[in-house]
Design a protein around this ligand. Structure first.
Ligand code: F6R
Length: 615
């Protein structure tokens, strides 16, 4: 949550920082602020709301032409204190010498604040962040500790998570960054330094990156830098990595919203996820090779994740149990981390995460590691914390996902889980060579034309969406592999259009939710022509007889479905695995067009952030 960008070099900071904030806005957009060193004083500008408000404020300032090449900036997702200007970052200590931006939560802010108040230090905001900067200032201003020592002393006293970048007017050529629990990366380019809470504000300037680990700090002084430990004053060896993100990844192209672009990208992203990962007779997942003997002997698998990634986990459970016959438990990471799960070194824990930085998922991994389980990460961001903290893993390779609502990451996660289930089944001799071949043929022919044909239905889906834009509640109903698709359809709708929606197994609807149904209630049924078909028809009849509106997503041309439905999205005929993808894409478009029709901010829905890096 929250985005940090910082610059140290010779150029004017403002354009670099504002551009960086725009790239990071997907992490939170409650307020934005910048602090730069101007004539050896800290010049702070902050505004409630989005980066464009800050940009307007800066455009009207004289100082914007006069910045010495040292600046920090932040876009906020509010945790402690309302999302107003007073609570916006950066925050300074009382002496105004020390200023910082912070991601994460300082959990013991209350006793520290009481202590600092007892020393007559006054606070201006309601944030936990101000407590941290005041604590650094308290140590520094006593005159006993250097700048770096003061940062270290304060960080050793705080509990919780932080990614911070700090300036001190006494050291106009210096910048310190530190992390614990909240990611920070440092970009390096011939005497210039760029710091970001991820690579998005950096890649335009340099592809040479250092990923800070927990309890590490970067001390930048002039054109030199050192990576050190937060715990003691020692230098740490550090590898500079070369990343290959394309700048295009961060542009909307011809689309108005990233979400729309990302839905369309699935024509290629699913293909990219699967590419090179199978032969005609076997699945290759090189990222798991080192641990495959243990994985194949697993007695139990946990899948843990949050939100959309958790829905992918439910599909994974179905596939793994079906093909490989290993029991799979799927748990929300926020629950898993505190549950009494029974794990040992014969347990596999698969953590799924688009961002690779979700705090609950990371805590779940850490718990599994402590139990000695083998941890596997299925993650989209190479170099992210999930990739680094699991024993082994597979990248989904679907490119940067910027729209807050996850779309292309979900279909890529399912693709990986499909491959994993087949590989496990093969190693455990639970699948015949002929069946394996059939699945792999399906995988190699990734049905790009089928995805395209769903995308071509945009116009009719848009028309349908307009018809339902004023509904206040929706039910999404599916069975088997398509129950998670129903959950995901409902989640997409509620997060971007603010319409209440619930996903249910189609038959379970009788056990309560049916009480909600009346003539105004749209019910979205996901109906593949498979063994559940007849049963779902009965479920549709049950709703129809209560006058509920029926929307059907199907690959069947049967007349009965047309007769039963108020609206119908007909998908191309493929197979049950591809159906899941196609139905998901159709429902993503449906939610998208409802949200657009309602005038919602699709890429940045209220109260949300892309990367949930707090518990
Ligand atoms: C929904 C959505 C969230 C994320 C969840 C987990 O559209 O984006 O529910 O899926 O916050 O995020 P990752 O996958 O980054 O761990």
């Amino acid at each position: 949550m929250c985005g940090i960008v910082a610059y140290k070099g010779q150029k004017d900071c403002f354009p670099i920082l504002l551009d960086g904030l725009k790239k990071l806005e997907y992490r939170g957009y409650d307020s934005a602020g910048v602090a730069c060193l101007v004539n050896n004083k800290i010049d702070i500008t902050k505004r409630a709301g989005k980066v464009k408000e800050l940009e307007r404020a800066i455009a009207g300032k004289k100082s914007s032409k006069n910045c010495n090449g040292l600046g920090i900036a932040h876009t906020r997702w509010a945790t402690h204190g309302e999302p107003n200007q007073k609570n916006a970052h950066p925050h300074s200590d009382e002496s105004k010498k020390i200023t910082l931006v912070h991601n994460g939560i300082i959990e013991n802010y209350d006793p520290i604040k009481k202590f600092l108040r007892s020393k007559k230090i006054k606070f201006k905001s309601d944030t936990d962040t101000e407590v941290l900067v005041q604590l650094i200032g308290y140590f520094y201003n006593k005159g006993m500790l250097s700048f770096e020592q003061s940062v270290r002393a304060a960080l050793q006293r705080v509990d919780g998570a932080y990614g911070i970048v700090i300036l001190n007017t006494d050291f106009p050529d210096m910048m310190i960054a530190a992390r614990k629990g909240s990611p920070l990366v440092v970009g390096i380019k011939d005497g210039e330094f760029f710091i970001g809470s991820d690579v998005s504000p950096i890649v335009k300037h340099t592809q040479k990156i250092i990923y800070l680990n927990d309890s590490e700090m970067a001390v930048i002084d002039g054109t030199n830098y050192e990576i050190k430990s937060v715990d003691k004053d020692v230098s740490l060896p550090k590898k500079v990595e070369k990343i290959d993100y394309k700048i295009d990844d961060f542009d909307k192209g011809k689309f108005k919203y990233f979400m729309h672009k990302e839905i369309h990208e699935q024509v290629t992203t699913i293909h990219n996820t699967l590419k090179g990962r199978s032969t005609k007779s076997s699945v290759l997942l090189h990222g798991l090779s080192e641990y495959w003997e243990e994985i194949k002997a697993a007695e139990k698998i946990y899948i843990t994740a949050c939100g959309t990634s958790w829905h992918a986990g439910l599909i994974g459970k179905n596939l793994i149990e079906r093909f490989a016959e290993v029991p799979v438990h799927v748990e929300y990471a926020s629950e898993f981390r505190y549950n009494h799960s029974i794990m040992d070194n014969k347990t596999i824990v698969i953590a799924i995460s688009q961002s690779g930085e979700t705090a609950d998922t990371l805590a779940a991994i850490s718990k599994a590691n402590d139990f000695g389980a083998i941890t596997i990460g299925i993650c989209n961001v190479a170099g992210s914390s999930v990739s680094r903290e699991t024993n082994c893993g597979i990248h989904t390779r679907c490119g940067h996902e910027i729209g807050v609502a996850s779309t292309k990451a979900f279909t890529s996660q399912i693709s990986i889980l499909y491959l994993f289930a087949l590989k496990l089944a093969d190693s455990r001799k639970r699948i015949t060579k002929t069946d394996m071949k059939k699945h792999l043929e399906m995988i190699s022919d990734v049905h790009q034309k089928d995805i395209k044909s769903v995308l071509k239905k945009e116009k009719s889906i848009k028309k349908m969406a307009k018809k339902y834009q004023n509904a206040s509640d929706f039910l999404y109903l599916g069975r088997g592999l398509n129950f998670p698709v129903a959950l995901e359809g409902a989640l997409k709708l509620k997060e971007i259009s603010y319409i209440h929606a619930e996903g249910y197994p189609a038959a379970e609807m009788k056990h309560g939710p049916i009480a909600l149904v009346d003539k105004n209630m749209p019910n979205v049924f996901i109906v593949p022509k498979d063994k559940t078909y007849d049963k779902i028809i009965s479920n549709i009849e049950e709703i129809k007889s209560r006058k509920g509106k029926i929307i059907i997503v199907t690959d069947s041309k049967d007349k009965i479905l047309r007769d039963l439905s108020d609206d119908l999205i007909l998908l191309p005929k493929t197979n049950q695995y591809m159906f899941v993808m196609l139905a998901t894409i159709a429902l993503q478009l449906f939610s998208y067009f409802i949200a657009v029709a309602k005038g919602c901010d699709v890429d940045q829905p209220r109260n949300l952030a892309k990367s949930v890096t707090v518990e």
